[in-house]
Design a protein around this ligand. Structure first.
Ligand code: ARG
Length: 457
């Protein structure tokens, strides 16, 4: 493609280090679409004859058919998807193929193809997040009043409802989805027509190609358009944040599925057995969702470090933009699907959860609140009195509501029998009816809002 200036061909090492075809062949659909839009515009502007443009268009269509049927041939001599396609076009239609590359460069070509690819990846991530949200909302509705211990420091803190806990992840997924949507808005401008770096002298119509490819408008600066990959970094940032959220839920499922907890049984279809211990059922899918977050964050780091300090405009370093994005996108799709499957198929062992909530003095705050409300005691003092009650219960090896009236009277004479109502885990969660709190009514209200947001109602 550039033979004119060169006396000899590239060495084997040069061919190998230079080739991006082994991975950028994944861009073939985008590359054909962008070339098709480009040649239609060239014809419309009279830069290429209608006849040549039609031949090029038909040729591109035929090549798409070949790629679809047999995959993209990996010819290292041709370096990348752009040259593999152009060279095949020349084989198919002859010299007219050489007119396709008028008023463009591989620099704006790859920037355009990659934006189109990342745009699809964003749409896929949004769909995957939504499917996970649908699963979370369904299970949260079912378990709006199921009681479990809420933790801080992984120590029993206060009783919460399982529905509330699941809806916490719904909210995270909602923000993740909106981050992807925001990134899409900034990404959706067409670099095509920026050419190598400076624009072109041909009378092209950039708005036309932008429209044809579903972009909102052409980019405003050709140097910027061929040399920035912030859209890909932003995608990876969104993917990394999503994977961090998924890894936390995965970790909780792993803990909950352990025998000492026994809060959940994960579906067989997303678990594995052990080759030596017949009793084992391992939460491998959850562990891999947790583990894959490391690789997705690594992809983000990889591209950020690649871009750091690069002068304008295009540099070959940027060819390394694709692998991390492709890897992260594949992993994210898989993780979202695995997590949705685990949430849908999980059997929550509500009896175990409730029993755990009843241990660990989870209603101690309710006792303190009762002292404030019913006996007019300042919260700090109430906290102290409650501490004494917990200490006594611990000494006796009983739960708070198993202390006798006499026990309570000895701790503080202002405690009366009506305190027992406050000490049950049901009363505890029902009382936390502040907006966004764990009370079943609050959870049901949030579930109803979520269903509307998801277009289910
Ligand atoms: N294979 C290159 C990439 O993926 C395409 C752009 C090459 N441009 C150039 N001037 N060498 O980034």
């Amino acid at each position: 493609m550039w033979g004119g200036r060169f006396a000899g061909g590239p060495s084997a090492i040069m061919r190998e280090i230079n080739a991006s075809i082994p991975f950028d062949k994944a861009l073939w659909r985008q590359d054909i679409a962008a070339s098709t839009a480009h040649v239609e515009m060239l014809a419309q502007r009279g830069i290429v004859s209608a006849e040549d443009a039609a031949a090029i268009g038909r040729g591109l269509e035929a090549i798409a058919g070949e790629y679809e049927a047999n995959g993209v041939p990996e010819n290292w001599d041709l370096e990348d998807i752009h040259m593999v396609t152009e060279s095949r076009l020349a084989e198919l239609i002859g010299p007219a193929a050489g007119r396709l590359h008028t008023a463009r460069s591989r620099n704006d070509q790859v920037a355009t193809d990659f934006r189109l690819w990342v745009r699809d990846a964003i749409d896929q991530a949004k769909a995957g997040l939504m499917a996970l949200q649908v699963a979370l909302v369904a299970r949260a509705d079912e378990h709006a009043a199921s009681i479990m211990p809420g933790f801080t420091h992984l120590q029993t803190a206060q009783p919460v409802t399982l529905g509330h806990h699941l809806m916490a992840y719904y909210e995270m997924a909602e923000r993740d989805r909106s981050r992807f949507a925001d990134a899409r808005v900034r990404l959706n401008q067409s670099p095509l027509g920026s050419a190598a770096l400076a624009g072109t002298g041909f009378p092209i119509d950039r708005a036309m190609t932008a429209r044809a490819l579903g972009f909102d408008r052409p980019t405003r600066n050709s140097l910027d358009a061929v040399s920035d990959r912030d859209f890909a970094i932003e995608y990876l940032t969104c993917a990394a944040q999503t994977s961090l959220h998924l890894s936390r839920l995965a970790e909780e499922l792993i803990i909950w599925a352990s025998q000492p907890f026994g809060f959940v049984t994960l579906p067989d279809s997303l678990s594995t057995g052990s080759s030596i211990m017949p009793q084992k059922k391992n939460p491998d899918a959850a562990e891999l969702v947790r583990g894959h977050a490391g690789r997705i964050v690594g992809s983000l780091t990889s591209l950020m470090v690649t871009m750091k300090g690069l002068p304008l405009a295009y540099s070959k370093d940027m060819q390394n933009d694709k692998v991390p994005v492709f890897e992260a996108a594949g992993l994210l799709t898989l993780c979202l699907a695995a997590m949705a499957g685990m949430i849908e198929g999980a059997t929550f062992r509500t009896g175990r959860m409730r029993a755990a909530a009843e241990l660990g003095y989870a209603t101690a705050t309710d006792l303190a609140d009762w002292l404030v409300r019913q006996a007019g005691i300042p919260f700090r003092e109430a906290h102290h009195i409650t501490g004494a009650a917990v200490k006594l219960a611990e000494q006796k090896g009983v739960a708070l509501d198993q202390l006798s009236e006499q026990d309570f009277a000895l701790i503080d004479p202002r405690i009366t029998a009506s305190v027992y109502h406050a000490l049950s885990v049901d009363a505890s969660v029902a009382s936390r009816a502040s907006y966004g709190g764990t009370a079943p009514d609050q959870v049901r209200a949030r579930v109803a809002e979520a269903r509307i947001a998801l277009g289910q109602e």
